[in-house]
Design a protein around this ligand. Structure first.
Ligand SMILES: C[S@@+](CC[C@H](N)C(=O)[O-])C[C@H]1O[C@@H](n2cnc3c(N)ncnc32)[C@H](O)[C@@H]1O
Length: 392
């Protein structure tokens, strides 16, 4: 997998952004100067029809975005769902607030129960590097004909200036007959990451994923469902698993485990009665869900009865206390160790303090096999995968 953005062969047009390879072009520079001075009102209006004979154009690919740190997990889900051919490439890029995956081709259009880790699934209409060429603009205009869109430009890195690109696109696309309107609901999203740009329209947002409409009540501190999905996906829930979240809050992790394995038995506990009520409502369509009031440090469950644990342990901000977390993590992990089934046991735990978790896992006799650094609502955190240590 390459982390390099894709290359565009089409770099002819001057536009916002600096092309280090561009040779001086006095005619274009003069035209640009004239445009800046106001002569642009007389400039020739380019329409796709005027520039070349109309031809059906296809979108250039797909863009999927995840929470920061989960791009590789999303790529694994893409391959797991066989949406990416075995020898097809996907580029992983990093935005300030998202990981972004660009795939020129998927094997089919993703359906609503797939790609649970994606925060959004977007059709990429045009992409390239350095410049938006005339042909890229024509192509975008053709794909956007008849639509009203709100233009949103974001730029990570120094190459593109967000405001300049916004003005440039507004002008060039309007000239080509595209209706851009700040009050339109549907956006045209243009992401720039260093020299690369991607012009996209949303196909699906995270809350349109299958099952998420069952979520009836929100609770402060609840995990965004795509992050909960990533944790569940990492542990590959199966229909014959008993899945436990000992600090279930609003039940997000159990709901996502059920999204991958609808037959799994889902057990949740929380010491807060309000959380229990919320989780029960959010999971009421899962016949296999059992949510109870209880203490994660003294679970009312038989020894060796749980195959999979998913938990977002209190960070010590909204819930719990940073000082008390050492004892709390240690006691919760010892209880997880007690209920862990001897065969194929796995757990995914989300914490903000990886050192505290490592200490607690060691004391409890659980082995951390992988750690993924992520950001949850702007805060650094880690998802740790745990197994039972191998028996000799
Ligand atoms: C970060 S929240 C979990 C959020 C949850 N993943 C969600 O999406 O809503 C942590 C939860 O741990 C619960 N909690 C803290 N200590 C606990 C304990 N000893 N036993 C059970 N629950 C506990 C809190 O009440 C809180 O609901």
């Amino acid at each position: 997998m390459s982390s390099k953005p894709p290359h565009s062969k089409d770099r002819a047009r001057p536009g916002p952004g600096k092309d280090p390879k561009r040779k001086p072009n006095s005619r274009k520079a003069a035209a640009k100067k004239a445009a800046r001075s106001g002569a642009s009102a007389d400039a020739k209006v380019r329409t796709p029809a005027a520039s070349k004979p109309a031809r059906a154009v296809q979108p250039a690919g797909w863009v999927l975005r995840s929470a920061p740190g989960l791009g590789r997990t999303l790529l694994a889900e893409l391959r797991h769902d066989r949406l990416l051919g075995a020898d097809e490439r996907a580029d992983l890029l990093w935005q300030r607030n998202h990981d972004l995956l660009f795939a020129p081709r998927l094997t089919r259009v993703p359906v609503a129960h797939e790609l649970r880790i994606a925060e959004d699934v977007l059709r990429c209409l045009a992409y390239g590097r350095y410049k938006l060429s005339d042909s890229q603009l024509d192509r975008l205009a053709q794909l956007l004909q008849g639509q009203r869109r709100r233009l949103v430009v974001t730029a990570d890195g120094k190459h593109f200036n967000r405001h300049d690109l916004f003005r440039f696109l507004n002008r060039e696309l309007s000239r080509r007959g595209v209706k851009l309107d700040d009050s339109a609901k549907a956006p045209l999203l243009v992401f720039c990451i260093e020299q690369a740009y991607y012009a996209c329209i949303p196909v699906r947002e995270a809350d349109e994923t299958t099952g998420r409409d069952r979520r009836q009540v929100e609770r402060e501190g609840s995990l965004p469902p795509p992050i909960a999905a990533a944790m569940a996906f990492m542990t590959r829930p199966a229909d014959d698993d008993t899945v436990l979240d000992p600090v279930c809050g609003s039940g997000t992790l159990l709901a996502e485990a059920g999204g991958y394995a609808p037959g799994a038995r889902l057990i949740g506990t929380d010491q807060d009665l309000q959380a229990v009520k919320t989780a029960r409502r959010n999971l009421k369509t899962f016949e296999t869900a059992e949510i109870d009031h209880g203490d994660a440090c003294a679970l009312d469950l038989p020894t060796e009865s749980v195959h999979l644990v998913l938990a977002n342990l209190p960070f010590g901000k909204q819930y719990g206390d940073v000082g008390e977390n050492r004892t709390l993590y240690s006691e919760i992990l010892q209880e997880i160790r007690r209920v862990a089934a001897p065969k194929d046991f796995r757990a995914a735990l989300l914490v903000s303090d990886r050192h505290l978790l490592r200490e607690a896992a060691k004391t409890a006799g659980l082995k951390i096999v992988h750690e993924t650094a992520i950001r949850v609502r702007g805060e650094d955190a880690v998802i740790a995968l745990l197994h039972l240590p191998p028996t000799r």
